[in-house]
Write a protein that binds this ligand. Structure first.
Ligand code: UTP
Length: 296
């Protein structure tokens, strides 16, 4: 069955970005001039996703507004002859069909994904975390598209993996297993653990915020009880799926940037700015000045 729908959870509290996230959801913080979440919705739409389920929490009406038509703004821009900008605003609302559901309390990522069940129903679906960016080159298949292809080829749920220093694996969902001899991007997972205490697992394969899952995950999510940090963990439901019918790991060809982390967010801004022809030279000059001032 084709993967047509995607869940994007955006109901977290974003405590690492307080006070910025007191009234503004972290998924709307901009990377240069575009909200993090818009990059992610564009990635999903360019991968063939037709319907996105946004799992919203408190203070998230701004997210819905961002993907809606803004008549007054467009009208004003057109009257001021800013036609290209008005068209760009209109294009945002045409990216994809978007349905919002509410996660009443931020009880964890597994709980947030489960909130999308009624809209997704009995078909495979993608999950993209609202603060994780995956950059690919122009013309290249986007990150979640690569994972959808791996799902369709293997018939198994897929989690995106990236290599990290073993000493840092305790900050991530950890995948233990072996690389597939026939496909170096594919990883045969034996065990999945959410943020394992230091020294308890021997792996450098960390789960990042892209997944493609079969509908058989639903009952497993329903029966997942609070795990690490008292939260209902997606990783625990994935570990149950692994036991039941197997689960693949896949290394996306692209660059993952963690916009939910302060330094990751700054890095994403700099990389995005440097990739824009109209900004690169000025940004290089600015960074040289900053480095001279603080690093010299
Ligand atoms: P994070 O753990 O990075 O988000 O979850 P957070 O809890 O908002 O961030 P901090 O750690 O307090 O700064 C990854 C994604 O899952 C969503 C978040 O919005 C984020 O996009 N999420 C997390 C939910 O939708 N619901 C939850 O209960 C937890």
């Amino acid at each position: 069955m084709r993967v047509r729908k995607a869940i994007i959870p955006v109901a977290g509290l974003g405590t690492r970005f307080l006070p910025a996230t007191k009234a503004v959801p972290k998924e709307l913080l901009p990377i240069v001039d575009k909200p993090t979440l818009q990059y992610i919705v564009e990635e999903a739409a360019a991968s063939g996703i037709e319907h996105i389920v946004l799992v919203n929490g408190r203070n998230k009406s701004a997210i819905e507004d961002h993907f809606d038509i803004a008549y007054e703004l467009e009208d004003t821009l057109r009257k001021r002859d800013k036609v290209a900008l008005a068209d760009e605003m209109r294009d945002i609302s045409a990216l994809c069909q978007i349905t919002s559901v509410r996660q009443m309390q931020p009880l964890g990522l597994g709980h947030a994904v489960l909130a999308g069940r009624a809209v997704v129903g009995d078909e495979p679906f993608a999950v993209l975390l609202g603060d994780d960016l995956v950059r690919t080159d122009d013309g290249q298949r986007p990150g979640i598209g690569q994972l959808i292809d791996a799902f369709e080829q293997t018939g198994k749920g897929q989690v995106a993996l990236m290599q990290v220093p073993k000493s840092e694996i305790e900050k991530y969902g950890a995948a233990v297993g072996t690389p597939d001899a026939n496909n170096p991007r594919q990883f045969l997972i034996d065990k999945l653990v959410e943020k394992p205490p230091a020294g308890t697992v021997d792996t450098d394969q960390a789960v990042i915020g892209r997944y493609v899952l079969p509908a058989s995950i639903w009952p497993l999510l329903e029966s997942t009880t609070p795990g690490r940090g008292g939260e209902i963990q997606l990783t625990d439901a994935l570990a149950a799926l692994l036991q039941k019918e197997g689960l693949g790991g896949y290394t996306i060809d692209g660059e993952r940037l963690d916009a939910g982390d302060k330094v990751g967010f700054l890095q994403a801004n700099l990389i995005e700015a440097m990739s824009r022809d109209d900004l690169r030279a000025r940004v290089v000059e600015m960074m040289r000045g900053v480095l001279e001032r603080f690093d010299g």
